[in-house]
Structure formats: structure tokens, C-alpha cells
Design a protein. Sequence first.
Length: 386
Amino acid sequence: MHFLSLFLVLNTAFCFPLQIRTNSFNAGDAYKSVLNSTWDLFWNEDHQAFNLNDPNCNSNFSNTAVWDLAVVGKAFFDSGDANTTQKILTELYKYQSPSGWFNAQLNQGESYTDDNAQIVWALLAAYDVTKDDKYLTSAEHLVDLIQGQWSSIGGIIWQTGKTYVASISTTEAALAAVRLYKYNQDQKLLDFAEQCLAWMEAKLTNPSDGFYYDGLDENSGNINKGKLSYTVGTAISSYAYLHKFTNNDTYLDLANKKATAALATNSSNIFMNSDGGWNNSLKYVHLLFAGIADLIEIGSQSQYSQKLVDQGNFVYQFDQLSEGDYADYNSVKTLADHYTSVTGKSSGYSYSASVYCNGTESEPQRSVLNQGSAAQVFYQVNRISS
Ligand SMILES: *[C@@H]1O[C@H](CO)[C@@H](O)[C@H](O)[C@H]1NC(C)=O
Ligand SMILES: *[C@@H]1O[C@H](CO)[C@@H](O)[C@H](O)[C@H]1NC(C)=O
Ligand SMILES: *[C@@H]1O[C@H](CO)[C@@H](O)[C@H](O)[C@H]1NC(C)=O
Ligand SMILES: *[C@@H]1O[C@H](CO)[C@@H](O)[C@H](O)[C@H]1NC(C)=O
Ligand SMILES: *[C@@H]1O[C@H](CO)[C@@H](O)[C@H](O)[C@H]1NC(C)=O
Ligand SMILES: *[C@@H]1O[C@H](CO)[C@@H](O)[C@H](O)[C@H]1NC(C)=O
């Protein structure tokens, strides 16, 4: 389940390209370091599960949402490590209900199509590690369920049984379908992905930048105009795969248009801040990295490589709390101060007690979702730079 964080489209007066960016970090090492720290901090052997709480702040254990588990799980599966993969898969299946849907929270009945699309990607990555058909079969079954959520006005229903049709569920469903196609070559999956994306372009796209609005209600038709980077990231990935599988250049053009807009250093690009770093919470932005990395690798568009490395370096340089631990630079006091001392600019920091252990500014809380996202960011950058 994603958080509907509608943000206002504000523009800063001027934007500058990255100034001090070299390949000063090694994305592969950064990736391994995040996985290492995440496992040591958040994996709880007694519960055989990731802990929602930072153990430094709260000695109680809580289970995470399935979204968090899908993000951190895929980050581990992509590493190819069989032991952690097996343990995480065992945890993941505890969220599955008899209907086949994976629930948003352990032992609760609500399910979301975007969670389940992410689980499809994770299961396919787990299949690559294990070669166990069980995971491929689960992924196929989930894609069937997701396809059944096509709404009466088009697009994919966000929460099963409800009426909101979200961009994120529609673009993630398309990406689940094209990723699955690689394994079973079922032409209907490509047709479905095309249908999802064509609907997005027709109904929820802002023509000026090619970015998507958050979604709309099936009954009222009211559009929520918030824009988040992950819907664009997942669409870029989907188009890169569709182009590869169909050879239709329209898909490559659409992917390039969105990637160019997401990387543009002009003041109308709401996804970028004045220092050239992507302006979206760490916990969401990995999907934009994945989109551009897919476009570079699957779509052979190497013109974005240096810019993606620069974006990864931004996360490494400004979001790093300590070796292998990451949080948003503009939400944590020490990171915000560091950002300002390096760039001479305001970070926009304002105090929020929930970011810290016991509200103490010197004790930032870590989260498994930020960790999973940071790991995926570095995995994607390493993928295109090695
Ligand atoms: C992480 O690194 C430390 C220090 O190298 C090591 O002791 C620990 O076993 C590693 N943890 C994992 C989960 O690999
Ligand atoms: C936060 O408060 C709890 C409960 O009072 C305490 O156990 C814990 O050590 C504190 N954590 C930090 C980092 O101060
Ligand atoms: C931990 O759980 C206990 C028992 O449910 C509760 O009383 C306590 O407030 C919890 N501590 C924190 C830091 O949430
Ligand atoms: C995986 O687990 C097995 C059994 O516990 C152990 O022997 C092996 O060293 C582990 N491998 C890695 C890479 O940690
Ligand atoms: C390529 O895809 C676009 C968008 O789906 C479609 O309109 C067009 O007919 C396709 N072109 C070919 C040659 O199939
Ligand atoms: C960055 O995103 C935040 C919300 O996530 C938004 O309030 C702000 O206006 C954005 N900044 C720019 C430069 O677009």
C-alpha cells in the first residue's frame, strides 16, 4: 500500500546541474554494505522476520507492512544469496491469504494491487535465485488476480473491493506483466501491459512533462493531481521491456520522453531539487532508478548512464547516516546540516519527532523500507556502471 502523499507543484526559481560529482563512490560496495547493515539491524531471528522498529529506539518487535517486505526482499533476492532469500520467502508467504492475495499487513484482510505487483517482481527475482517453480507459479497466479482488477472506467483498482484507480497500481501491474512475459512468453501479458499504459497516457498524463497524476475515483471521476516519481519509473521500465519484446519504437520514444523529463535540470521539473538530486522520498525513489537503469540496459540508451551514477552518488553522499544506513537528507538534522555545509543551500529541514528515537535529534531512526530502497538504488547504479 503506498501512501497518498499529494504534493504541491512548486517550482524553485533556478536549478543547477550537479557540481561536484565524480565516480567517487562504488555502487556495488554501497549495495553490499546496505544489505549487511540491514540484515544485522532488522532481521529478527526469533521471529524469523524483519522488524518494523529500529532496535536502538524500541526493544519491541513489530512486523512490517508487506510493501516494505517486498522492497527489502527484492533487494536481497537480487544479490543472489540463497540463505537470506529462503528466510525472507518463508516470511513473505505468511502474508498470503487463502484467496491468493498477499495482505497489506500480517493477519489482516486488506489487499492492494500495487503491493501484489511488487510481490510478483520479488517472486520472479527469487525464482532466478532458487529455480523453484513454486515462485513462478505464484507470480503467474498473482498476475491473473491483478488483471481481474481492471476497473469499470479502465486502469487497475488500488485496494481490492474499493473504487480508487491508482496510477501506481496500473503502471506496476503493467511491469509485473512484462517481467512475467520473459518467463512464459504469453502474448496476452504484453497486450495487458499495453492496455494499462495506453490508459495511463490517455487518462492520467500531464502532457507538459509526461508525468502521471496519482489516480482517480471510479465513481466520482475526481482526479488526485499529486505526482510521484515511482509511477514514472515503473512506466519507463515497462516501456523498455515492451520495446524489447515488440520492437515497436513508440515505446522507446515514450520511455525516453519520460526519462528526459525526470532528469531535466529546469525549474519545471518537480522531480528534481536545486542541486540536481531527485526530489522524492528515498523510500519511493528507487523505482525511478530502476526505470532509468532498465532503459539503459534493456533499451540500450546509454546516454543516461552518467546522470544515473550522479543520482546514486547524491544518495550516497547526502542520505548516508552511517556505514550502510540511509535516511532522507532533508528530514534528519545531521544530514540536513551536512547538505547545507556542502552545497550552501537550505535543505528545507523541519523537525519532526517521529524521525528520531524518543524525539532526540542526535538519534535518527532507521527503517527497513529506507534500507531496502537504498539497497535497490545502489543495485541499479551498479548494474549499469559495472
Ligand atoms: C556484516 O559485516 C560485519 C563486519 O564485516 C560482519 O561481521 C557481519 O557478519 C556481516 N553481516 C552479514 C549479515 O553479512
Ligand atoms: C528511548 O526510550 C526508551 C524507553 O524509555 C529507552 O529504552 C531507549 O533506550 C531510548 N533510546 C534512545 C536511543 O535514547
Ligand atoms: C513495548 O511494548 C510494551 C508492551 O506492549 C508497551 O507497554 C511499551 O510501551 C512498548 N514500548 C515501546 C517503546 O513502544
Ligand atoms: C547458508 O547456510 C548454511 C547452513 O546454515 C551455511 O552452512 C552456509 O555457510 C550459509 N551460506 C552463506 C553464504 O551464508
Ligand atoms: C506501436 O505501438 C503504438 C502504441 O501502442 C500503436 O499505436 C502502434 O500501432 C504500434 N505500431 C506497430 C507498428 O505495431
Ligand atoms: C519536492 O517535493 C516536495 C514534496 O515531496 C514538494 O513539496 C516540493 O515542492 C518539491 N520541490 C520542487 C523543487 O519541486
